[in-house]
Design a protein around this ligand. Sequence first.
Ligand SMILES: NC(=O)c1ccc[n+]([C@@H]2O[C@H](COP(=O)([O-])OP(=O)(O)OC[C@H]3O[C@@H](n4cnc5c(N)ncnc54)[C@H](O)[C@@H]3O)[C@@H](O)[C@H]2O)c1
Length: 353
Amino acid sequence: MKTLLITGGAGFLGSNLAIEWRKKYPHDRIFALDNLKRRGGELNLPRLKSNSIEFIHGDIRIKEDLLSLPKIDLILECSAEPSVLAGVNESPEYLIQTNLVGTINCLELARRDNSDFVFFSTSRIYPIEYINALKFEESSTRFEWLDDQIYASASSKGISEYFPLDKIRSLYGTTKLASELIIQEYADLYKFRSVINRCGVLTGPWQMGKVDQGIFVYWLASHIFKRPLKYFGYGGKGKQVRDFLHFKDLFDLLVLQTENWEKSNAQVFNVGGGREVSLSLCELTEICQKLTGNQVSIESIPEDRAMDIRIYLTDTSKAKKIFDWSPQYKPKETIAEIYKWIIENQSTLVHIL
Ligand SMILES: NC(=O)c1ccc[n+]([C@@H]2O[C@H](COP(=O)([O-])OP(=O)(O)OC[C@H]3O[C@@H](n4cnc5c(N)ncnc54)[C@H](O)[C@@H]3O)[C@@H](O)[C@H]2O)c1
């Protein structure tokens, strides 16, 4: 029997991993700590309670909130200011205090308890300029990366863990990369086990999607609630592409990692849906129209936006090779699950999404 701390435990990833963990490991003690900064997180509190997950209203910026906990065996660090636009036109203080200083506070807890440590990093650690410089072609509904690229770490399959890191990536990405480096040093020096997952877009039910984070939920909700949308950048045709991963697929990998530390300790993995589980915005529009029967107006804004990228696809070859893991959820299946969740909770979600 283990004691787990899930930071950001009322958030999309934290709450869903907590509940999946409860189903798989009924006897573990699970703490979900969250400062409830993200709107909609409060809707997860009854779900946590009914799954016997102990909610703590706490803040990872405050070391005492973490060090007052009993001995923790495993920390899943899921708290964050997760928007790539954080710090743009505003002070970056909250971003840095949470995403970097807060992670160090979690590491202090790991140092105290010799806890195992899982960090949910981001594909946004990779430099924007290098990503946007990758060679691509344009099909009728999307942009596609070519196989022949200047870096061996990129191909039509996506970006691998060896992609170069030496350019600007946004403050969000930088706080995550800085955390990765400090985690590796702490784990090595203080001898606890750690693994870093650099995630592409994650999604599924219970994601409180916003335009700058949780785009698949935001797009679908806009169709359900008949709100206008915009195709921003890259010619304004909605051909930009993201891969995405259902949280249950991520949970399957997490189980493999934490049950096989000899394979995961001190490793970094790129984790995402890959080419097979990806959509362009205009492909997503078509799925949303079919599901909802609604067609909303979509304005075309050809100019690119700050921090935006044309395509992101994850090359998951490393996780596949080491764990024989690959995503099981198909794009339409995930979007249909989100649809069901929004429809079932529409009277509440109309005020949040
Ligand atoms: N969702 C994605 O597409 C995605 C992609 C890549 C990486 N990630 C990473 O996964 C993790 C989880 O993201 P998510 O999608 O669940 O985001 P989320 O916003 O739903 O959850 C984050 C939670 O952290 C909480 N939080 C924020 N500041 C805090 C603080 N100072 N102390 C305690 N709690 C705090 C928020 O209230 C929120 O509930 C993050 O680290 C994020 O960077 C997410």
